[in-house]
Design a protein around this ligand. Sequence first.
Ligand SMILES: [Zn+2]
Length: 340
Amino acid sequence: MGSLSTTAANKTALTEAQIALQLYTDYFGPLAYKRVHMTQQTACNYGQAWPGVIYIPTCYYWGPTVRHQLGMQQTRGAYWDTVAPHEVAHLWWGHSVGWNSYRDQWMSEGFSNLSASLFLQVVYPKEPQRFRNFWRDMLFLITERNSQGFRPIEVGPVTQGYRLSSGRTGSIASDVLYPKGAYILHMLRMMMWSPKEGDTKFKGMLRDFISTYKNQPVTTEDFKAMVEKHMLPEVKITQSGVSDGFVMRPIYIELQDGRVMRLGSATLRGNTSVAQKVNLGQASKTSRCFFFRRKEPRRPTAGCSRPVSASVRTRPPAVRAARSGRTSCATGWSPPTPRA
Ligand SMILES: [Zn+2]
């Protein structure tokens, strides 16, 4: 491996941080700290952000050649190229605004991942494949089955946080929170982008979000309200404006053996949710489910608060059953677990 001077190697981390700080200041608003320190920690592949201090994993300093020799270089999401900008982004997402509960942590990780994609796009304009490959990898992470047979995109909503991981589903939560959280914000970026103004609307929304909730924990509902405030008028994503006379259409459940049975129906008023018990028949035990209204009366979504052995869907769109697990929290980032 030769000699290793982390002091000299830290110049790369410092340079990446300086670029990221300028970029994120443009997108998210002024940094809350006067100084930012970049330093290493002994963990090989785990970075972490603190207020004004960024821990970079020590294997980052080995450089791509040594990591390649050790078989570590190929990671999903260009981990080694994005760990520094991802952690720097936590100075906004996680520290300038926090998260109210485990249900809102997806914003901290997802938004930091989106920030890392901005870094790739801006720093490597002549290598657009870096940006494309990053999102290709995010898509892979949320759609491929893990060793327990679960696809992250189906296991439950981002708002279920680390409860998505369990003895049954494995350590699947991070493959939901990081990539799907990033895709949610990327989707909004694309919806707000225009040839004339570029990311101006998107930046305005995120700057407003940071300044409005500075030094406060935020909820997913806070962010939804901010999106509704800034979304282009021609894009209708809000749930507001739905008639109180809304009647939920029948909801069907698709069992693992392919059978489809009627799950029930629900009547919702206003922007609310409702909980009720449904019998899943021979396929599973009774589970307590809750239903959300959406803009289109024919497209209700549903989630179950306890594990079920079937996916829930309406006709025609598919919706998924959620599963519970345990809670945990962190702002650090490790590379995705390699898959068989
Ligand atoms: Zn993170």
